[in-house]
Design a protein around this ligand. Sequence first.
Ligand SMILES: [Fe+2]
Ligand SMILES: [Fe+2]
Length: 183
Amino acid sequence: MADPVAVWHAEHMRFASLLDFIETQMTAFHSGQDPDYELLRDVVYYLHHYADRYHHPRENVAFARLVSRDPWIGLVIGRILQEHRVLEHAGAALLKHLDDILEDVVIPRETVEAAAATYLLYYRHHLAAEEGEILPRAARLLKPDDWAAVAGAVPAAPDPLFGDDVGERYRELRKRLKPLAAS
Ligand SMILES: [Fe+2]
Ligand SMILES: [Fe+2]
């Protein structure tokens, strides 16, 4: 069986590559060019519909197990759990703006820029906190039965963007991300 912490870390690296993609597109947007709105929307859609629904619920179980082993980490985990909720709302808000743009609804550029910047800032901070404060402790403290509970937190679902069977809506994005995903 694959090392669960290595799998966890690899997902974070993929999310980080998606955040870089959002940033590159938003830099173009900031300088007055048009980003690729459809790809941008697909990235945020993936993070909202895959990370929020599969990655975070598994983490929530891992966090609960960690607190039961090391109560001192409860404060950090309380903050990280709150960030999951903030990320879900920030992702939904950004997704709505991108959907609106694609449906030709006129919205101020600053609104989209602010929503994307908030999302990037929060998400990167969140990944750094988990990588620095959680994963090393999880590697030390969680046992096979904990990892089984983590895996069972949500029904197994193939990753529709980075998995072997790329979902229809993600094919173009996957092509664009290939060099990043393989690194
Ligand atoms: Fe998380
Ligand atoms: Fe995470």
